[in-house]
Design a binder for this molecule. Structure first.
Ligand code: MG
Length: 321
C-alpha cells in the first residue's frame, strides 16, 4: 500500500527500535538490576555479546523479516515453512543464545517425520508443550516485525502474528500477546499513535476481558511490578507499562526514557526492551531514534542499522528505490 513519508519512516523504525532495545538490555539480562538511565550498550550478557550487538530476539525477528521482505504472505503454509527453515538454519549457524522452549521445539520438530511440512511439525510440537501451561515470551519478543507484514489488513496481521507465534509458542496467551503487539505496531506505523487496546477485537471473545484487565494493570501499577517477565503476559505488561509511564516525556526522548525504564525493571531485560523498542520505533520512526544507539547496533547475520531500516521497508512493501 502507499505510505506517507512519515509512515515510511515509522515502518523503517520497527526493526531498528527493537534492535536498540535488545542491545541495550543485553548486558543486564538476568543480572543485578540497574536504575533507569544507567543502562549502556556495553555488551556481555548471555552471548557474550559485543557492545551494541543484538541477541536472539532480534535474530529471530530477522528470520521472519527476510521471508516477509521477499513478498511472502506470513499467513500461508509456504511462508511459515520458510520461517521455520530460517529458524532451524539460525539455530545451527547463528544463534548466540536461545530460549528453552524454542530450542525444544526446533529440536523435536527436526527429528519428526520429514514427510509433513516443517511448519506443521513445529506447530504440533509447540501445541503439545502448550498443554503444560507454558507461556513464555519467545513469540512476543520477535513479533513486532509481523506488524509490518500486512499493513492493509488488521485481520491478516492478526492471523500472521498468531501463526508465526504458534511455530514455537502456541499457548493461547502467547498467541494473544503477539496479536495485540503486532496490531499495535501496525497501528503506530499507520497513525503515529500508541494504542494496545485496538487489538482486543481480534482476540477470541472469551479471552478479551482478561486481557483488558492485564492491560489496565500495566497502565496503573508501577512498572517494577512486572518481574519476573519470562512469562509472555508480564513481558507485555513490563514493556507497555514502561512506555505508558514515560509518555509524559515529550517527543522522541520518549524512546530513551521508556527503554531505560523497561530495563530497570530487571530480569529478561533485553527481551522486554526489544518488545518495547519495536513499538516505540513504530511510533517515533527511524529518523528520531537516539543516534548514539543507532550508530552502535549490529548483529547476526552481519547487519547494521541501515540494513534494518531497509528490511523494515521491504516488509512493509515499500522498498527503497
Ligand atoms: Mg535475548
Amino acid at each position: 500500500m502507499e505510505l506517507s513519508a512519515g509512515a515510511r519512516d515509522r515502518a523503517a523504525g520497527v526493526l531498528l527500535g527493537q534492535a536498540i532495545g535488545d542491545a541495550l538490555g543485553v548486558p543486564y539480562e538476568f543480572a543485578a538490576p540497574v536504575k533507569a538511565g544507567e543502562a549502556r550498550m556495553i555488551g556481555g550478557g548471555l552471548g557474550p555479546y559485543a557492545p551494541g550487538e543484538w541477541s536472539d530476539d532480534t535474530q529471530m525477528a530477522l528470520c521472519i523479516a527476510q521471508v516477509a521482505a521477499a513478498g511472502a504472505d506470513l499467513t500461508t503454509d509456504d511462508a511459515l515453512d520458510a520461517v521455520a527453515e530460517a529458524f532451524i538454519g539460525w539455530k545451527g549457524h547463528g544463534a548466540s543464545d536461545i530460549g528453552r522452549q524454542t530450542a525444544t521445539v526446533l529440536a523435536r520438530a527436526s527429528a519428526r517425520d520429514a514427510g509433513t511440512r516443517l511448519s506443521h511439525r513445529m506447530t504440533a510440537v509447540s501445541m503439545e508443550l502448550a498443554q503444560d501451561g507454558r507461556a513464555g515470551n519467545g513469540g512476543l519478543m520477535r513479533t513486532a516485525i509481523v506488524g509490518l507484514s500486512a499493513l492493509d489488513s488488521a485481520e491478516q496481521t492478526a492471523l500472521a502474528a498468531a501463526r508465526v507465534s504458534a511455530l514455537t509458542h502456541a499457548e493461547a496467551r502467547c498467541v494473544d500477546s503477539c496479536v495485540l503487539w503486532s496490531l499495535a505496531v501496525r497501528n503506530a506505523v499507520l497513525t503515529a499513535a500508541l494504542d494496545l487496546r485496538g487489538g482486543l477485537a481480534y482476540l477470541p471473545a472469551e479471552r478479551r476481558g482478561r486481557w483488558e484487565e492485564w492491560i489496565a494493570e500495566a497502565e496503573t501499577k508501577d512498572p517494577s511490578t512486572f518481574t519476573p517477565n519470562g512469562y509472555t503476559v508480564t513481558a507485555l505488561q513490563a514493556a507497555w507499562s514502561a512506555i505508558v509511564a514515560t509518555q509524559t516525556v515529550a517527543g522522541p526522548d520518549h524512546v530513551s526514557a521508556a527503554l531505560h525504564l523497561a530495563i530497570s525493571i530487571g530480569d529478561d531485560t533485553d527481551t522486554v526492551a526489544a518488545i518495547a523498542g519495536g513499538l516505540l520505533g513504530a511510533r517515533w520512526g527511524a529518523e528520531r531514534l537516539p543516534r548514539e544507539w543507532v550508530d552502535q547496533v549490529h548483529g547476526w547475520p552481519g547487519l547494521n542499522a541501515a540494513d534494518l531500516t531497509r528490511l523494515g521497508l521491504a516488509v512493509a512493501g515499500t522498498p527503497l528505490a
